[in-house]
Ligand binder design. Structure first.
Ligand code: FES
Ligand code: FES
Length: 170
């Protein structure tokens, strides 16, 4: 099978890689580039564990051919933090207890990041509707919704120049 030469931007850094032409994005990330933050769950586009963004569009990395990333900007969970500083959304997941085993969490974070980019102040029903494609077997979802709400509130407070709280969400 013919190989594929791919050039794209991954979490802000240019990447060039040659992969088999039938690669899907999750194997490009995990196998070829060693970025194992993106998780393989169902492998058939149902669970959302493998969610990444390509040019801001939320995609299931287990389904989409690697050729899709050519010339694009790809973001994975590894790109959320700034060095040792977690993104507000990651902080919010910790503060609210928005994960237990953590397998679904990278996908939840990427889906919520895409939501907040499109809709910075979503209502709870909007959060639930958006996150419907990201399954979790552990948390019961309440804490995940609370985490996204908390991150949205922190973003709104930061935009106004206000302080955010570090206390637990009731
Ligand atoms: Fe891709 Fe489940 S692993 S949607
Ligand atoms: Fe375990 Fe979501 S935290 S599946």
């Amino acid at each position: 099978m013919t190989d594929l030469d791919l050039g794209f931007v991954l979490n802000g850094a240019p990447v060039s890689v040659t992969v088999p032409a039938d690669r899907v994005i999750i194997d490009l990330l995990r196998v070829d580039l060693g970025l194992t933050g993106t998780k393989l769950g169902c492998g058939v586009g149902v669970c959302g564990a493998c969610s990444v963004t390509v040019d801001g569009e939320l995609l299931s990395a287990c389904l989409v051919p690697a050729v899709r990333v050519a010339g694009s900007e790809v973001r994975t969970v590894e790109g959320l933090a700034s060095g040792p500083e977690l993104a507000p959304l990651q902080e919010a997941f910790i503060r609210t207890g928005g994960f237990q085993c953590g397998i679904c969490t990278p996908g939840q974070l990427m889906a919520a990041t895409a939501l907040l980019a499109e809709r910075p102040a979503p209502s709870d029903p909007e959060i639930r509707a958006w996150m419907m494609g990201n399954l979790c077997r552990c948390t019961g979802y309440q804490q995940i919704v609370a985490a996204v709400r908390r991150a949205a509130e922190a973003g709104a407070a930061a935009a106004k120049g206000g302080a955010t709280t570090d206390g637990p969400t009731p």
